[in-house]
Design a protein around this ligand. Sequence first.
Ligand SMILES: [Zn+2]
Length: 257
Amino acid sequence: MAGSVEAGPMTKVRHDRPTWAGRVPRHKIAELYKKEALGICEEVLIDDVGIGLLVRIEHIFRARKANSGLASCPLCQREIPHDFDPAFQLRCESCNWELTWTEYQKSFQGKHLIASGMTAFLKEYVKKYKVARSPQEKLILIDTLIHRYHWELEGGLTGPGARDLIAGKPNEVIDFLNQLSYGTSSSPEILATRQEWLDKVRKSRAQYADAVKERELKDEKKRQKAEEKNRRRTLKAKARQAGRAGRSNAGEVRDGT
Ligand SMILES: [Zn+2]
């Protein structure tokens, strides 16, 4: 009798969109540094932020994988290959789930889950955090990670890596990190990272200013070239006109030459 008329779970196809871990809220990070500056070790808060970053990174790698041809079932995480056709039906037999690739892709677009130029740092964090014992060790790993720059290893310094890990626009994230609390109780490693960070911000801003200057210079050259071309064209036209006037005075009119 039991369950005889009920529709079993396998008869109804599910279309859940995958959900993605968000970035770590700024107020938690601010609190972390406030406590550290006062010499207070808040293990629960450190774990909260540290694990939040771990999950976020796991989802970054999952989104990247999906973007390179291997999506995963949002219910059991089984990997499902696809061919990038927007209408491609991703399907998980065991969960009775399906969704088109375009719907799946929409679920992570605009969520800063690709984090290019950060791969080495994300991997390093995951590897070290999983074996870190003391809260102090964990805090240093968090601190190191959130002060990385995209493409830092390649010397690019294009933007703060924390943009993909902590909520906010690039400049907001930089200002936020600049304003974190430090004190005599802050650990030497954290103070050293702070110094490196300030240097990177300076360097990145200088790189940016140089790029802007270079672009302005290029634009100015282009403008001058266009002006010169224009000037010559006007001169030529004037010369032609004068020539035509001369010829017509001489009685022989030729057009279009
Ligand atoms: Zn599944």
